[in-house]
Design a protein around this ligand. Structure first.
Ligand SMILES: [Zn+2]
Length: 243
């Protein structure tokens, strides 16, 4: 499969929370998009890996992605080891994405910053002909870093105003993280810290989208960073007002 855009992240729901609007926007432009979760999120306090897999599939439908997969790395043990790098490089050769979105390389959760390094190094290795894995050597053209959790100035912001509602639905598809489990009373559920944490997280992500949107003169936006400089052809048609 030749994907145009592949988003890689540590846990199911990381992509929805950080760059779901951008994935949906690109799918609506006719690009083939995909999501790779490195782990099944089995260290999450609520739900089971099976439930989260179902939820991930549902969220993927909201974002209109053509492909969603799981690399099978144990949750809370994401690291740029040779074994995981080769596994991911093999998948990059299969999917041949033109652009790859990775998490930013600094984060509080080790899985998040390790996912960034693992992703970058696997994309690099996938282009080495002598690598002891199957498939034709291939390297993505562009690597973007999703910044939603990082306090770093982005290189650019994608306007997701028109895609915000469906991004919200995709996030809420991870219902086991929000709703009471069978046999659990609503009151007991509400007392749990995790309910509040997820509740706050969604709220925080909405505020971030609003904040970055405002910086480019729209309602909602998702921030990205790229290591390269941006090339501009026409300085008269540049967007975003200065004064
Ligand atoms: Zn995560």
């Amino acid at each position: 499969m030749n994907l145009d855009l592949l988003a890689v992240a540590a846990h199911p729901d990381d992509v929805e929370l950080s760059c779901g609007g951008t994935l949906l926007k690109m799918a609506q432009r006719g690009y083939k998009t995909g999501i790779l979760d490195l782990t099944a999120g089995e260290m999450g306090t609520r739900g089971t890996p099976e439930i989260r897999a179902k939820e991930a599939a549902k969220a993927a439908r909201f974002l209109s992605v053509k492909w969603r997969g799981n690399l099978g790395v144990p949750d809370s043990d994401v690291q740029p080891s040779r074994q995981y790098k080769l596994r991911l490089a093999g998948l990059i050769r299969e999917l041949r994405p033109k652009t790859v979105i990775l998490p930013y390389w600094e984060a509080r959760h080790p899985d998040h910053y390790h996912a960034s390094t693992l992703g970058y190094e696997a994309c690099f290795l996938a282009g080495l002909k002598q690598l002891p894995i199957e498939g034709e050597a291939y390297r993505p053209f562009k690597i973007l870093y999703s910044l939603s959790f990082a306090e770093v100035r982005p290189t650019f912001v994608v306007d997701i105003t028109a895609h915000y509602e469906r991004r919200r639905k995709a996030i809420l598809a991870f219902a086991s993280q929000f709703r009471p489990e069978k046999g659990e009373s609503r009151a007991a559920h509400k007392k749990q810290k995790v309910f509040l944490a997820i509740d706050r997280l969604e709220d925080q992500m909405n505020q971030l989208a609003r904040h970055y949107g405002e910086l480019i003169g729209v309602k909602y936006g998702e921030p990205f960073l790229q290591k390269e400089l941006m090339k501009v052809e026409d300085v008269v048609k540049m967007e975003v007002r200065s004064i």
